[in-house]
Design a protein around this ligand. Structure first.
Ligand SMILES: Nc1ncnc2c1ncn2[C@@H]1O[C@H](COP(=O)(O)OP(=O)(O)OP(=O)(O)O)[C@@H](O)[C@H]1O
Ligand SMILES: [Mg+2]
Length: 320
């Protein structure tokens, strides 16, 4: 019997639905349940073949636990090592190099630092920032957003240099990026499962969360050629980043899909938010991906320590 564990936060419908779906489609060979944990021992044995991680970005204990699970050969969706290392600015830069359209983006030095840091600690930083040069590059309006964030937290749209400085002065210790604002004609959010299956969801960011108006399914929202490019870009990005589950957002202007957000390794999948069609798609696609993974076996993702464990008992084993 193969075991799948779910690690989830406040969301309800996605964990319930995926557990039910895996238990049904698993045909007695695969079982799924919520992970239970209250401390992890150094020598704890393997408990799960696969864990779907929806919340370790908010709970460092979970992240550390998942890395430990990986050492026993548990396949974690998504790879906790890469997720820990990843950030949105690296993502933008990488994606631009591999042919995806990315709005002009600048990584900004932080506004504030921990107490022990003073100006001597920051000798490498040129000060003050040449804001005019920054804005000459990105243009206005621009979006200031954390280099690692989600849920629209600390995201602001700035229309002028004054507004930019005002917003920057509120950012404290956060590391921010400033990005060219795309005055888009269309906007889509795309699920990607297994770096292959893509669902393009028309998405209206101007509508309130849970209004039922953010996601209105329309398979013909993008003309075929544009849909093809979007799907291709989504696969390129998710393959490059190695995420098995992700969403990629595009602001589309004059026929060009600009990828503006694609570090979403625990994407919203709640029924009340994404709607029946999208919710069903993501539950079914994830179920099929996991069952396929367990049937065919999987390569352990490349960890540098993995080579050293070859032949050691209790090694990081993948599916054998
Ligand atoms: N470069 C941009 N051009 C136009 N709009 C943008 C741009 N960047 C961000 N936005 C707007 O701001 C919203 C939030 O930005 P972003 O998606 O980067 O933040 P987030 O915190 O990762 O959000 P989420 O949790 O939805 O993924 C986007 O949905 C979009 O409406
Ligand atoms: Mg977003």
């Amino acid at each position: 019997m193969k075991r799948v564990g779910i690690l989830a936060g406040r969301e309800v419908t996605f964990p319930e639905a995926i557990i039910e779906s895996i238990n049904t489609k698993g045909g007695g060979e695969v079982t799924a349940e919520m992970v239970k944990t209250a401390g992890v021992r150094l020598d704890e044995e393997k408990r799960y073949d696969v864990v779907i991680d929806r919340i370790s970005h908010e709970v460092p204990y979970y992240r550390a636990m998942l890395k430990r699970f990986a050492l026993e050969g548990t396949y974690i969706i998504n790879n906790p090592f890469w997720w820990s290392a990843d950030d949105k600015f690296f993502n933008f830069s990488l994606a631009a190099k591999i042919g995806v359209a990315i709005p002009k983006t600048v990584l900004l030095p932080q506004h504030s630092y921990i107490e022990d840091i003073n100006s001597d600690s920051l000798r490498n930083l040129e000060f003050p920032i040449d804001w005019e040069a920054v804005v000459d590059y990105t243009g206005l309006p621009a979006f200031m957003k954390p280099f690692d964030g989600g849920g629209w937290k600390n995201v602001s749209k700035v229309e002028s240099l004054e507004q930019l400085l005002y917003e920057y002065n509120q950012t404290g210790r956060l590391c921010m990026t400033l990005q060219e604002g795309i005055e888009y004609d269309q906007f889509v959010r795309c699920y990607c499962v297994g770096r292959e299956k893509v669902l393009i969801m028309p998405y209206d960011p101007s509508k309130p969360y849970l209004s039922g108006e953010q996601y209105v399914p329309n398979p013909e929202y993008l003309v075929p050629e544009l849909a093809k490019r979007v799907e291709h870009d989504v696969r390129t990005i998710c393959t490059a980043l190695g995420y098995d589950l992700n969403t990629v957002e595009f602001a589309i202007k004059d026929g060009v899909p600009y990828a503006i957000d694609f570090m979403n390794p625990a994407p919203d999948a709640e029924l009340a938010s994404v709607g029946e069609y999208n919710h069903r798609w993501i539950v079914d696609s994830m179920t099929d991906f996991i069952i396929d993974l367990l049937e065919k076996g999987f390569e352990t993702p490349v960890y540098r320590w993995d080579q050293l464990l070859k032949g050691v008992e209790g090694k990081a084993a993948g599916s054998e």
